[in-house]
Design a binder for this molecule. Structure first.
Ligand SMILES: [Cu+2]
Length: 68
């Protein structure tokens, strides 16, 4: 497991946070995902053997937001 912090773009309210969180938590191999609206930071703990940044980025983008 690794812990990473990413920057989420395009969130405007608490329901955006919920959207992003649930999209990432649905990914296989993700243990913890916390998103902070004010700092736009996302902390993710995941199994790096099962997925990587690009998979997380895609899930966030599919939900309608950006990730870097
Ligand atoms: Cu919103």
């Amino acid at each position: 497991m690794v812990d990473k912090t990413y920057h989420v773009m395009g969130m405007g309210c608490a329901s955006c946070v919920t959207h992003v969180k649930s999209a990432v938590k649905d990914l296989k191999g993700v243990d913890i995902c916390d998103v902070d609206l004010e700092s736009e930071e996302m902390n993710v703990r995941f199994d790096e053997n099962m997925l990587g940044f690009n998979d997380i980025k895609k899930a966030v983008e599919d939900a309608g937001y950006g990730l870097k």
